[in-house]
Design a protein. Structure first.
Length: 895
C-alpha cells in the first residue's frame, strides 16, 4: 500500500496560513494540467532503453475507488506506489500541478486547491535478467515440442501466485506432470520462486506465510507477469488490466475536459501520442494539444502570474497556436498581453542585442546587466530599455528609464568583477565554431597555456649555428617547418593574452592563426591542406583533426624536454601500452600514436561510454557485415581505398588485447559519429545517444593490474564478448526491420501516400526514441521483432550489471569529466560548442562556450551537458585524472 505523501515530503507547519500556492511553488515554478502531468511522467527515469512509460493499474491490490494504488510500466516494469489526496473540487478550470521530480519519487501539488499526488518509484519486482533466462529456457513449441512454452509457463505462474496471495494454496509438487509440462524445473524457475518468497523443501515449493508484506510481494510478481502477457500474448490473460491514466484523471476529477473540435483527441495510453506530446510546444504551457482555448488561456495566465520572466516564451506558444487555430479568443489574449508590455521572445532578444548583452541576458544578474547596459556602445532606444525593464521586473533597471543613456563608464567595479569571473567568447570568422571550441578548451590546460605565454624560454632556435633539425612522428622538420610552427605559437600567445585581460563580451582569433591551424605541411597526419581564395570561407573540419594539427605545431615549435630524437615537448598526454597476441602470448610495448591519448570510438547505436571503452581495449575481432573491428578506425568519409588500406592492420591486430602501462593526466575521447551507408554509398551522422558518466575508472586496462586480477579479467572479457554479440544481434534485427519497412511502406502511419514522411512532430524526436515509435507500427506485421529486441536488451543489461559488480573496487585510476563538445547538424554541416566544468568557482558550474556567447549552466541544468540540447549530440569528451592539477577553467586578469 502506498505511503502518504506527508511521510516522505516535509509540509509547512501551518498549511492554512501558507496556502497551496506557496507549497506548489516550492516544488516548481512551472505548473501543468493533469493530462500534461501524465505525459511528463511517461519520461521519468526511463533508463537506457528509451521509451515512453505506459502505466497500468495493478488489479491485484487496488481496492475500488481507492486513493492509493500501484501502477507499473508495461515496457520496463518500473512501478510506482501512488497516493492522491484531494481537497475537493478545484477552483479553476483545471488543476495546475507543480511537480518535483527526483530519482526515487515524484510529488505534485495543485496551486489552486492543494490537491496532491505522491508517487514513489520502485524497480521491477522480478529482475528483467531473470525473465530473460526463463524465456531462453522455454522456447516456443515450434522449436522444441518437448519444452514448456514460455507464455503458457507465465500464465501458469500467474495462477500459482494468485492462489498463494488469495488463499495460501498448498505446496507445489515438482514431480507432478503439470509442473514439468507447464513450467519445468531449472535454475531460472528455482530463482523465480525464491524471488516470490517460496521455499524449496522436500522437492516441493511452499508458499510464504500470508503476511501483508508477502501478499504484496506475490501480487506484484503476479502483476509483472500479467503485463508481460498483456504485451505479448493477451489471449492468455484472464484479468482485466486497465490503463492508469484513466484512473488518475478520474481521481483528480477531470476525466472530461473541454476539447478543441479541430484537434485530434489525445490518447494518453498510446506510445506514438505520448512521444508527440513530449515534443508539443503546448507542453510549455502545461497543456496537451486537444485542449480548448479557454483552458490554454487559463493555464497561460496562471503561469505568468507565477513567473513573469517566462511570459515571452509563453506568448510565443500562444502566437503559434493562434496561427494554427485562427482563434479569436487567443488573438484577443495576445493583444491584451502586448498592451501590458509582454512581448515575444524575438522582440526581447532584439532589445538585448541592441545593448550588446551576451546570451540574451541568460545567466546574467541584474547588477551585471546594469553595468553592461551603461557600458554599451549599441544603438539601443528607450523603448528597448523599457522592454528589458518589464521583462526583468527589477526596480533598479526601471530607474534607467528616468536617466539618459550615458557613455561608457570609466570604472564599474561590478562589471569588472563579472569580467574577472567569466571567460570571453571567440567570434566565428567563417565556419570556425569547432576551432573556437577547441581554443577555449586548450586555454584551460595549464601546461600549454603557461608554455605558450612564456614561449621565449621554450621555443627552438632553428637559425642557430649547428641546429640539426628535429623529428616529429618520424617526419624530419625543416627550418621553414619550425618557423611556421613558431608563428602559430606567437599568434596563439596574442589570443591567450586577450582571453586573459579583455574587457569585452568576445574577441576574434586572428585570421592568420585560423589559417595556420587549418593547414599543415604534415600530410601524413591530415589531408586538409587546401588552397583558398582570400575571401573564401573556411571549410568545416573535425575537432580531433584540428587538435592533431595544433599539437603538431606546438611540438614543432618547442624544444624537447627529454633526450632522444623523437621526444616531444608537450608530452602530458601520451600513454604507453602493451599489446598481447592471444594466440602466441607474445608481448611488446608501443607508444600509442595519438597525442592527448585520444580514443577514437565509433558510435552507431545507443550505448554507454564505458561499453565503448571496453570494446576499444578488448581483443579485436574480424569484421562482420560492416562491423568495424578496428577501434582506431578513423574517418568513415574516406573512400573504399582507405578501408582496404586498413584491412592489413585489422588482420594483424585481430586477437590482440591492449593494456596500458602509463596513464596520461588528460584523456580525450572522440565519439566518431560520421558513419557510412554502404547501401546508399553516402555518409551520415549517427545521432545515437551515448551515456556519458561524470567519472570513469581505467584500472582494469592497466598492465600492472592484469596479473593480480587475471581470473576476474578473464570473466569480464567473456562477458564483454557476449555483450558485443548481443549488439550485433540487435543491429541485425534493426537491419531486418529496415528491410521490412521497405517491403511494407504503408505500415508506418506517419507516411504520406506519395511515400514521403509527413510533417509530424514525431519526425523531430531523438532518433533513439523515434525507433521505438516506428517499431510499434511494424510489430503488428511481425510481433517477433519486439520479443527478440527485448531479449537482447535484457541480456545486455544483465551483462553490464555483472561487469559493474566486478569493477566496483577498481577505482584507483579515476578520471573526472572536464569538457564535453557538442555538435548540432549533419555529417557535413552544423554547429559546434563546448561545455567546460569550472570546479574552482565558489559553486561548481558548467560554462557553455558557443562562439561569441559564453554562459553559465547550473548544476541543476547539467543534463543539457550530458544529454544534449535542442537536437545536439556529444562528439568529444575530455577527462582529467582526479588527483592531477592540470586544468584551470577560468584564468582572467582584469586591470
Amino acid at each position: 500500500m502506498a505511503t502518504p505523501a506527508s511521510d516522505y515530503w516535509p509540509s509547512p507547519t501551518n498549511v492554512d496560513d501558507i496556502g497551496p500556492l506557496i507549497n506548489a511553488l516550492s516544488l516548481s515554478e512551472r505548473g501543468t494540467t493533469p493530462q500534461r502531468w501524465i505525459v511528463d511522467m511517461s519520461s521519468h527515469e526511463i533508463g537506457l532503453n528509451p521509451h515512453p512509460h505506459i502505466f497500468y493499474i495493478n488489479p491485484n491490490e487496488c481496492p475500488n475507488n481507492s486513493d492509493s494504488f500501484n501502477m507499473s510500466c508495461q515496457t520496463c516494469f518500473k512501478q510506482y506506489d501512488v497516493n492522491i489526496s484531494s481537497n475537493g473540487a478545484c477552483t479553476s478550470l483545471s488543476h495546475h500541478l507543480h511537480t518535483q521530480f527526483s530519482d526515487e519519487s515524484v510529488f505534485a501539488i495543485c496551486c489552486h486547491c492543494g490537491t496532491a499526488i505522491n508517487a514513489l518509484l520502485e524497480q521491477p519486482t522480478i529482475p528483467l535478467s531473470l525473465i530473460y533466462r526463463i524465456r531462453m529456457a522455454r522456447k516456443p513449441k515450434t522449436l522444441n515440442p518437448n519444452a514448456p512454452d514460455f507464455h503458457e509457463a507465465v500464465a501458469t505462474l500467474i495462477r500459482i501466485l494468485k492462489n498463494a496471495a488469495e488463499t495460501g494454496s498448498d505446496s507445489i509438487n515438482l514431480a507432478s506432470m503439470t509442473f514439468i509440462n507447464k513450467i519445468g524445473l531449472d535454475e531460472s524457475s528455482k530463482e523465480f520462486f525464491e524471488t516470490a518468497g517460496f521455499s524449496l523443501i522436500d522437492q516441493r515449493f511452499h508458499p510464504p506465510d500470508r503476511t501483508s508484506g508477502n501478499v504484496q510481494l506475490l501480487n506484484r510478481c503476479c502483476f509483472q507477469l500479467q503485463l508481460l502477457l498483456l504485451q505479448e500474448r493477451p489471449s492468455l490473460l484472464t484479468d482485466l488490466i486497465n490503463p492508469a491514466c484513466q484512473y488518475i484523471v478520474q481521481k483528480l476529477g477531470c476525466s472530461t475536459y473541454e476539447r478543441d473540435a479541430k484537434e485530434k483527441i489525445v490518447d494518453l495510453f498510446n506510445k506514438t501520442t505520448l512521444m508527440n506530446e513530449l515534443q508539443s510546444p503546448l507542453g510549455k504551457l502545461g497543456c496537451v494539444t486537444d485542449m480548448s482555448d479557454d483552458i490554454i488561456i487559463d493555464t497561460f495566465q496562471t503561469q505568468v502570474s507565477h513567473d513573469v520572466t517566462t511570459s515571452h516564451a509563453l506568448v510565443d506558444v500562444l502566437v503559434d497556436i493562434q496561427k494554427k487555430r485562427m482563434s479569436e479568443k487567443l488573438d484577443i489574449e495576445i493583444a491584451c498581453r502586448k498592451s501590458e508590455g509582454i512581448v515575444t521572445t524575438a522582440e526581447l532578444r532584439s532589445a538585448y542585442m541592441a545593448f550588446d548583452i551576451p546570451n540574451f541576458g541568460d545567466g546574467i544578474s541584474n547588477d551585471v546587466l546594469l553595468g553592461l547596459m551603461r557600458a554599451s556602445h549599441g544603438s539601443a532606444s528607450a523603448e528597448q530599455l523599457k522592454i528589458i525593464a518589464k521583462a526583468r521586473n527589477d526596480s533598479f533597471i526601471n530607474q534607467l528609464l528616468e536617466e539618459p543613456l550615458e557613455e561608457t563608464m570609466m570604472e564599474d567595479p561590478i562589471l569588472d568583477l563579472y569580467y574577472a569571473q567569466n571567460p570571453v567568447g571567440l567570434s566565428n570568422i567563417g565556419n570556425t565554431c569547432y576551432l573556437n571550441s577547441l581554443l577555449q578548451y586548450i586555454y584551460t590546460i595549464k601546461e600549454i597555456r603557461e608554455t605558450v605565454m612564456n614561449m621565449e624560454a621554450y621555443v627552438e632556435d632553428e637559425s642557430a649555428e649547428g641546429w640539426k633539425g628535429k623529428v616529429i612522428d618520424g617526419r624530419i622538420l625543416s627550418q621553414q617547418d619550425v618557423a611556421e610552427a613558431k608563428e602559430t605559437v606567437m599568434e596563439l600567445r596574442g589570443l591567450f593574452s586577450l582571453m586573459e585581460s579583455a574587457k569585452s563580451r568576445s574577441i576574434a582569433p586572428s585570421s592568420r592563426l585560423v589559417e595556420l591551424l587549418l593547414s599543415t605541411g604534415k600530410d601524413e597526419l591530415t589531408n586538409i591542406k587546401t588552397q583558398r581564395l582570400p575571401n573564401e570561407s573556411f571549410v568545416q573540419q573535425d575537432v580531433s583533426e584540428t587538435m592533431s594539427i595544433l599539437m603538431y605545431r606546438l611540438n614543432a615549435a618547442f624544444q624537447p624536454t627529454l633526450s632522444g630524437q623523437d621526444s616531444k615537448p608537450v608530452d602530458r598526454f601520451n600513454r604507453k601500452a602493451i599489446e598481447v597476441d592471444n594466440s602466441t602470448g607474445k608481448r611488446f610495448e608501443r607508444l600509442i600514436p595519438e597525442d592527448f591519448s585520444t580514443l577514437i570510438l565509433s558510435v552507431k547505436e545507443p550505448i554507454t561510454l564505458e561499453e565503448l571503452i571496453d570494446d576499444y581495449f578488448d581483443a579485436l575481432e574480424p569484421e562482420i557485415e560492416g562491423h568495424s573491428s578496428d577501434p582506431n578506425a578513423t574517418n568513415v568519409n574516406n573512400t573504399e581505398t582507405s578501408n582496404n588500406d586498413n584491412q592489413k592492420t585489422i588482420t594483424e591486430l585481430q586477437g590482440r588485447d591492449i593494456t596500458v602501462t602509463e596513464l596520461p593526466p588528460i584523456l580525450q575521447i572522440h565519439l566518431m559519429r560520421a558513419q557510412f551507408d554502404r547501401k546508399g554509398n553516402t555518409s551520415y551522422k549517427s545521432n545515437a545517444t551515448v551515456t556519458i558518466p561524470k567519472r570513469i575508472y581505467m584500472d582494469q586496462y592497466l598492465e600492472s593490474d592484469q596479473e593480480e586480477n587475471a581470473d576476474r579479467i578473464k570473466r569480464m572479457k567473456m562477458w564483454k564478448k557476449e555483450r558485443r554479440e548481443c549488439r550485433r544481434t540487435l543491429e541485425s534485427i534493426n537491419q531486418n526491420l529496415e528491410r521490412l519497412k521497405e517491403d511494407h511502406p504503408d505500415a508506418n502511419e506517419t507516411r504520406e501516400p506519395n511515400g514521403e514522411v509527413s510533417d509530424n512532430p514525431s519526425n523531430n524526436i531523438e532518433p533513439a526514441l523515434t525507433d521505438i515509435v516506428n517499431h510499434g507500427s511494424y510489430s503488428a506485421i511481425n510481433p517477433d521483432f519486439n520479443n527478440k529486441e527485448s531479449e537482447q536488451l535484457s541480456k545486455i543489461s544483465d551483462l553490464t550489471s555483472k561487469l559493474s559488480s566486478e569493477t566496483a573496487d577498481l577505482n584507483r585510476a579515476e578520471y573526472k569529466i572536464h569538457a564535453v563538445f557538442h555538435h548540432e547538424g549533419g555529417a557535413d554541416f552544423g554547429h559546434y560548442w563546448v561545455y567546460i566544468f569550472d570546479e574552482s568557482s565558489d559553486e561548481p558550474r558548467w560554462i557553455k562556450y558557443s562562439d561569441d556567447f559564453v554562459s553559465e549552466v547550473g548544476i541543476a541544468q547539467e543534463s543539457e551537458v550530458f544529454n544534449g540540447f535542442q537536437g545536439s549530440t556529444a562528439c568529444f569528451c575530455v577527462y582529467v585524472r582526479s588527483n592531477s592539477d592540470v586544468v584551470q577553467t577560468v584564468w582572467r586578469s582584469i586591470s
